[in-house]
Design a protein around this ligand. Structure first.
Ligand code: FAD
Length: 524
């Protein structure tokens, strides 16, 4: 927990945002701080490790290092293969990595990832997990998803020109030229879909000349080439890229920009008939709902608070050293194989004699830092005209990516207290990691409240607490040349196997999960 409580007055926010406040509440205290990720533990990796004798020795057949989605998927696959002799080491207090759950004032909320699109047949491993968890089952020969976990309607809205509109593509009052550009982009997406295969995970598509050409340029260069300069279209596409890839049009590749639409539901211009839209699965605690269930059967095989500082292939196996955060002691593991489910930059640091492929990949990845702020509100917000409160609520032109409402899936008849989870991607910032770490909790609080106040002037007066989670290396940005359907998964090098969304070049649940699953299948 970070910087403790601070007094926020309504006056302060009226001044900061020069916006009228609705209602008439008294000045209030907003508490909170930094939560979720412990930067000191990560920094242990930077310190030179003095040759200390381990205090404890452990032996296991397969050791998985890193309990994010990839590591948890690997553990599940081993279990399903009937392999019990394995262990999983994780640096944080709980498993889940970027897909962990939190809670504020007793209300569950995501600390990171918050949804999973209904997986297509290209992700059978993920479909299988959802079946195991009872989220998907066959009814009269057709697959059905549990309605309780499919995102309820209304799903998305945009605060645009002073009112809320349905959906995130700006439409109300936009001119004919904008609409023509929407149609042109929709056509380009359809052409891309017709000329190449687009899948999630990307590695399930054979690489084609179309992919290669798109992977060579930035998305903004692609838009220029096609004369797509409309500011509304550009804003929307930039938003989509920041939301999925942590950085905008100028950094991500045209492959990534097109993949976002072509691998899912396409791009529907206003007035056109929408294609099949399978919807998304979501939970109050976000994808933490999934990772908690993946971790639950592991029992003592999951060891949290273990900072892995060395992985080395030795004569008859693999040796792994980890600092036990609780005791401060070094513990040594011996295994016959190791699944390295760590971010690539960490893997490159801890794997002794790191293979060339690993070092090259680590040098090529540009990471997007992210900030996630969970705001507890004790009373429902007043709403502006237009579309009704939705699960995902975005403000046009804002630096942040809007918020999701943790209580959206709740079926209570009258709205009450809730937690809003706000996202901010900093991949476009020239020094985003430093910016993220150096700003105080109070500076972030003021900025977030001022931004949300444009749509919700009464929000500062109803917020009781803001918990902020900072991810310095949240996700790999799919820049030109670094990703694509040829993403090599999983990378097996002798007794080591690598599985992490970084290897796909962009970060979503399906990529991480499939890699972990496949790595375990190689190692059983
Ligand atoms: C803010 C945010 C929002 C997101 N939203 C979504 C979303 O809505 N839907 C979606 O599909 N994806 C989302 N993502 C992408 C998300 O990253 C992936 O879905 C997935 O969680 C990645 O899993 P992973 O296993 O590849 O990586 P990670 O989550 O990075 O897992 C790596 C694990 O290794 C551990 N570790 C690191 N170093 C060490 C060490 N030295 N010793 C031991 N353990 C170590 C870490 O603590 C972590 O648990 C989001 C990401 C962020 C940051």
């Amino acid at each position: 927990m970070g910087q403790g409580a601070a007094l926020i007055t309504r006056r302060h926010f009226v001044g900061a945002a020069t916006l009228p406040l609705l209602g008439c509440q008294a000045p209030r205290q907003i508490e909170g701080g930094f939560v979720g990720v412990n930067p000191q533990r990560g920094h242990l990796l930077r310190e030179p490790q003095v040759a200390t004798q381990p205090s404890t020795y452990h032996q296991t057949r397969v050791l998985i290092v890193g309990a994010g989605v990839a590591g948890l998927a690997a553990a599940r696959a081993l279990r399903l293969h009937g392999m019990q002799d394995f262990a999983l080491l994780e640096l944080e207090d709980s498993a889940g990595g970027n897909s962990r759950a939190g809670s504020v004032a007793g209300i569950a909320c995501p600390l990171g990832a918050h949804y999973l699109p209904v997986p297509s047949d290209d992700a059978p491993e993920v479909q299988d997990l959802l079946e195991e968890l009872g989220l998907r089952r066959r009814v009269s020969g057709r697959w059905r998803y549990d309605e309780r976990h499919l995102c309820h309607s209304p799903q998305e809205r945009l605060f645009f020109e002073g009112a809320w509109q349905e959906g995130l593509l700006p439409v109300h009052g936009v001119g004919a030229q904008t609409l023509a550009q929407y149609r042109k982009f929709a056509l380009l997406v359809e052409q891309a879909r017709a000329s190449a295969k687009w899948t999630i995970p990307a590695s399930k598509s054979p690489e084609s000349p179309v992919h290669r050409a798109l992977n060579a340029i930035t998305f903004i260069a692609y838009l220029e080439q096609h004369g797509l300069s409309d500011s509304h279209l550009r804003w929307y596409l930039d938003y989509c890229c920041r939301d999925d890839y942590g950085a905008g049009l100028s950094l991500v590749s045209a492959w990534a920009g097109i993949h976002y639409f072509a691998s899912r539901h396409g791009f529907t211009a206003p007035g056109a008939e929408a294609g099949d839209h399978d919807g998304v699965l979501t939970w109050p605690e976000g994808n933490g709902w999934l990772t908690q269930r993946l971790a639950a059967p592991l029992g003592e095989r999951l060891r949290t608070q273990q900072v892995v500082v060395r992985i080395e292939v030795v004569k008859h196996g693999v040796e792994v050293d980890a600092i036990n955060v609780h005791s401060g002691r070094l513990e040594r593991w011996r295994a016959s194989r190791c699944i390295v489910a760590l971010p690539v930059f960490v893997a490159a640091r801890v794997v002794r004699g790191a293979p060339e492929a690993l070092r090259l990949r680590a040098n090529n990845i540009r990471y997007a830092p992210w900030l996630v702020a969970n705001l507890h509100l004790d009373t429902p917000l007043h709403d502006r005209p237009g579309a009704a409160p939705s699960w995902d609520n975005v403000i046009y032109g804002a630096a942040g990516l809007g918020y999701v409402d943790a209580q959206h899936q709740n079926l209570r008849p009258v709205p009450g207290a809730t937690v809003l989870t706000c996202y901010r991607a900093l991949g476009d910032h020239p020094d985003g990691r430093r910016y993220l770490q150096e700003r105080t909790w109070a500076q972030w609080r003021d900025e977030i409240l001022a931004e949300l106040s444009t749509a919700h002037p009464d929000l500062p007066g109803k917020t009781t607490r803001i918990d902020i989670t900072r991810y310095g290396h949240a996700m790999a940005i799919p820049t030109p040349g670094t990703e694509g359907p040829a993403s090599r998964v999983p990378q097996q090098l002798g007794r080591l196997c690598f599985a992490h969304s970084d290897w796909a070049g962009y970060s979503v649940f399906e990529e991480a999960f499939t890699q972990g699953h496949q790595a375990a299948s190689l190692h059983r």
